[in-house]
Design a protein around this ligand. Sequence first.
Ligand SMILES: [Zn+2]
Length: 285
Amino acid sequence: MNNIMTIDLEDWYQDVDFKNWKNYEDRILQNTNKLLSLLDEANVQATFFVLGYNAERFPELIENICDKNHEVAMHGYDHTPLFMQTPQKLENDIRKTLKILKHITNDEIIGYRAPWFSVVKETFWAIDILKKYFEYDSSIYPTRTPLYGIPKAPRFPFRFSLSDPTKMGAKGLLEFPPATYEIPIFKRKIPVAGGFYLRLFPCSFSKYFIEIINENQQPAVCYLHPWEIDPQQPKIRSYKWWHYYNLNKTEKTFKRVLDNFTFVSIKDYLASEHIENIECINDLW
Ligand SMILES: [Zn+2]
């Protein structure tokens, strides 16, 4: 059973501060190289959702990611969430970042993940634009949190088709929702197996959540940031506690997850699975 591993390629301060990035120490090279070694050891190729800003500053890192046969996809230029953008700004952001990434990789970029999983009801205008540029998206978290989520969205890969098929194309946009667990009886979906949630739960829980998803014959879409395996990163006291929570345990959990399941990139998943059978839905609300 193939699961999906994704990495959101950000440095620690890009989650801490929206604007003053030049004031902080860069740790992305050492952390990503460490992450690449862990993926190498487990023989896993992942999808890297890359910020244009980081690709511009560290093109050799992106080349290294490509050389190891990982997929390079897009995470926007500077991590501005969609709720702080307009349709025009988003198109500019996508065009600018695509140019940077294509120049380095010499390849098509077919996937997108919105910063902060910010494809939500208020920003749903973005879907038309994403469909124009990408084959798939991985931004809809089928849960409810204070920051993001569309609780009624399917938990497993789906296509979303708007009522006007001429706008979306006959098939709609392919969506890869991050892994969730549905609590029996309550039917409430909770995020699992990615980022903070991978750090929050004991490793045995993360394994159990992925097993349950695989029992449904579905892939678990997992994600991690390079800074999450870096407990030595600077501490900013005013910053949210969950950024720093359990950083010293992530590497061990990540290794165990990699050792216990099979993971591929989204691009490789699309090439190997029967995606024509993926459910197409019209209504997420
Ligand atoms: Zn991000």
